[in-house]
Design a protein around this ligand. Structure first.
Ligand SMILES: O=C(O)CCC(=O)C(=O)O
Length: 253
């Protein structure tokens, strides 16, 4: 984005002195070594590839979603509160999901940046990953669409989460855990991660499990379309329903 990484006032009030920028060249937040578990690959898709994905997305209907967003979903449905999975209406994934997974894997295979232990953790998370769930989200600036801070459900989904940005630049904000007694008075750290159009990000490790993430309404310019790819949690994969999900995820719709 052209503008500096400015935090909205309510977030600044929560974390007055603890806001850090993520640097994709070194795959870390240089001011905050404790933040780990995120890699962003800028330019991972060509303009033609992003345009083709958007055309494919436009052919399918969007449904209204929370916080002014619209969505398309492919995968089993979850009742997160009751920890129930329903496979009935899951027929398969768009073929592009597997291509995006392969592209991310190729980026990670070439990656030499940052802390080798963090890179090893990323590779381990991907060794245990096969896309079973695709969420297309559309954000509209004039609707003040946003994604509230959350951790992706741990019972439903495995470690690695892949996030593809298609048509506009945005920022993914991460909010750290409450500081412990040894770290009093500083508030929660916030890491601001630029997600340019045509980038693919992968979240794992601490960023996946210990930090919450969000897309703030003030970080949406025009229309933003993202594709989030997830895998079934390991414990679910071993169940008969999980096996069905894996088999259906290999089918194309
Ligand atoms: O829209 C995005 O880029 C992020 C989506 C996401 O992280 C989520 O749905 O949990």
């Amino acid at each position: 984005m052209d503008e500096p990484l400015v935090l909205p006032e309510w977030l600044l009030a929560r974390s007055p002195r603890r806001t850090f920028a993520f640097d994709p060249a070194s795959q870390c937040a240089p001011g905050l070594p404790a933040f780990s578990g995120l890699r962003v690959y800028t330019g991972a898709l060509s303009e033609a590839e992003a345009a083709e994905l958007l055309i494919e997305i436009e052919r399918r209907p969007f449904l209204p979603s929370q916080s002014g967003k619209q969505k398309q979903h492919f995968g089993p449905r979850f009742n997160f509160v009751r920890r129930r999975m329903n496979v009935d209406r899951f027929a398969g994934l768009p073929a592009s999901a597997h291509r995006l997974e392969s592209r991310l894997r190729a980026c990670v295979a070439r990656d030499r940046a940052g802390d080798p232990a963090d890179l090893a953790r990323c590779r381990a998370a991907l060794a245990d990953y096969a896309t079973t769930d695709v969420f297309v989200l559309r954000y509209v600036e004039s609707e003040r669409s946003n994604l509230d801070f959350h951790v992706d459900d741990l019972h439903a989904y495995g470690e690695a989460i892949l996030d593809v940005s298609l048509d506009s630049d945005s920022i993914l904000s991460f909010l750290g855990p409450e500081p412990g007694p040894a770290d009093p008075g500083d508030g929660r750290a916030c890491v601001r991660v630029p997600l340019p159009a045509r980038s693919i990000a992968v979240v794992y490790g601490a960023a996946r499990f210990a930090w919450q993430h969000a897309i703030l309404a003030s970080d949406v310019r025009g229309i933003r379309t993202s594709i989030t790819l997830r895998t079934l949690a390991p414990a679910l994969r071993e169940t008969p329903a999980g096996q069905q999900v894996l088999a259906r995820a290999a089918q194309h719709v």
